[in-house]
Design a protein around this ligand. Structure first.
Ligand code: GCO
Length: 457
């Protein structure tokens, strides 16, 4: 790929654009039973034989629960504006309802205050998948009561931290929780039933809308939104069966979430396709789901190409592939952002995750991860292309700060811009981290893009 000049890239962004790095609780914290934390569905799932590729779990992970001050220093050294992290629900409310766990709350309070002391804006996510196991024992996201438990949890966290965090995301990637967790079953809680998945998806969306209403009613001043994993989805060929398959996949993974959130209705073609597996929806649910948001977060890694027979081979694309086997396709991000802008009246948009796993080698204290640097630079350029075409882009965050527990792949896949040696917990910034730092430093020197609002005045 062509080299991108950091200074020129900066000139394509407004001054107040938010640059950040992202992590999630289960993937980095460890301390699985420390200070009264309850078990989450991921603690349970990791113990199922064969569930995690390397047989690992989140018991220690990056030990961030104990090493957070040094990790915050690392974040500050990168020069980012914002840090996106998630709260482990069972750490603050071990059974998902009732009693709060004060040491768990105090941990997130130290983290948020530590970020503010370093001049970094905290972006808090409430649900990055680690539901309290006690709630799963009563049906989890498929049980409508979990909606109300989530709203209580959201209110409790906002009461404690809402005056200090810049933004609160309700859910990270409800599609993943619903489909990978309840239909294919490759993620926690490992259920394989489509009707359960769709009911879970509906409850996730409903709990999002009701949580927004409750947080606003209690005067929460943070900006509120949701984060979706979205891709442009196209057919492998122009054959009608491939086109139809791609359209349905777009319905199930993009429109199933975007339509109720922004248009107050589920897509009719998907409802028809689901038949008896469609979720039970009560009066007013869709009105609640469509509660206006202050931002929409998008996680983007690659595009999706669909064939009716399910046989499209990514290797035929001729593009570089990451260690996940995902095609490197930055222009898909521009395409996706333009589509969201044109098809939905979206609020300010953030890329809340973007990054790549590669087979990194730590040699003499360095990791020369040129492929990752290229990946990040080209995706930032793709965001600039969307901005230039009028999309209300407000921020971009790299996934991830640290190598960490990559869910069903365990520790085999490394997404960090900082390398973690799991035997010593030694952190080593990779070349991509140094590039990101230098890119952010170049800001000071770059004349900013004209503000789109002022430019029109
Ligand atoms: C995601 C997850 C991350 C993953 C990343 C790479 O939101 O999908 O937030 O936890 O690690 O996407 O697969």
């Amino acid at each position: 790929m062509t080299r991108i000049d950091p200074l020129q890239l900066h000139q394509r962004f407004p001054r107040d654009f938010i640059w950040g790095v992202a992590t999630s609780a289960f993937q980095i914290e460890g301390a699985a039973t420390a200070d009264g934390k309850g078990p989450s569905i991921w603690d349970t799932f990791c113990r199922q034989p064969g569930a995690i590729a390397d047989g690992s779990n989140g018991d220690i992970a990056c030990d961030h629960y104990h090493r957070w001050p040094a990790d915050l220093d690392l974040i500050k050294a990168l020069g980012v504006d914002a840090y996106r992290f998630s709260v482990s629900w069972p750490r603050v409310q071990p059974t998902g309802e009732g009693a709060w766990n004060e040491p768990g709350l105090a941990f997130y309070e130290r983290l948020v205050d530590g970020l503010l002391a370093r001049g970094i804006k905290p972006y808090l996510t409430l649900n990055h998948w680690d539901l309290p196991q006690a709630l799963q024992d009563r049906g989890g996201w498929a049980n409508r009561d979990t909606v109300h438990r989530f709203v209580d949890y959201a209110c409790g966290m906002a009461a404690r931290l809402g005056d200090r965090v810049a933004a609160i995301t309700t859910h990270n990637e409800p599609w993943v929780v619903a489909v990978l967790g309840h239909e294919t079953g490759i993620f926690a809680p490992g259920i394989k039933r489509r009707a359960t998945a769709m009911q879970a998806a509906h409850h996730l969306l409903l709990s999002h809308g009701l949580a927004l209403q409750a947080l606003r009613a209690q005067g929460c001043s943070s900006r509120l939104g949701i984060v979706l994993n979205l891709s442009p989805i196209g057919p492998a060929t122009s054959r009608p069966e491939d086109v139809a398959a791609a359209r349905l996949e777009d319905g199930r993974s993009v429109r199933w979430y975007m339509d109720p959130l922004f248009k107050g209705a589920y897509p009719a073609d998907v409802l028809e396709h689901l038949g008896a597996d469609a979720p039970h929806i009560e009066a007013d649910d869709l009105r609640h789901i469509a509660t206006p948001m202050d931002f929409l977060g998008v996680n983007y890694y690659t595009r999706s190409v669909v064939s009716a027979s399910g046989t499209w081979d990514v290797k035929t694309s001729g593009r570089a592939l990451t260690d996940m086997g995902w095609e490197v396709y930055p222009e898909g991000l521009t395409e996706l952002l333009l589509r969201l802008h044109h098809d939905y009246r979206v609020p300010p948009l953030y890329v809340k995750e973007n990054g790549a796993a590669f087979k990194d080698q730590l040699v003499n204290g360095s990791v020369h991860d040129a492929e990752r640097t290229d990946y990040i630079a080209h995706h930032i350029a793709a965001v600039a292309d969307a901005l230039a075409q009028g999309v209300p882009m407000a921020g971009y965050m790299v996934w991830s700060l640290l190598d960490n527990f990559e869910w069903a792949s365990g520790y085999e896949k490394r997404f960090g811009i900082v390398h973690v040696d799991y035997s010593t917990q030694q952190r080593t910034p990779k070349d991509s981290a140094l590039w990101y730092r230098d890119f952010l430093r170049a800001r000071a020197a770059a004349p900013a893009a004209p503000d789109p609002v002022l430019a029109g005045a």
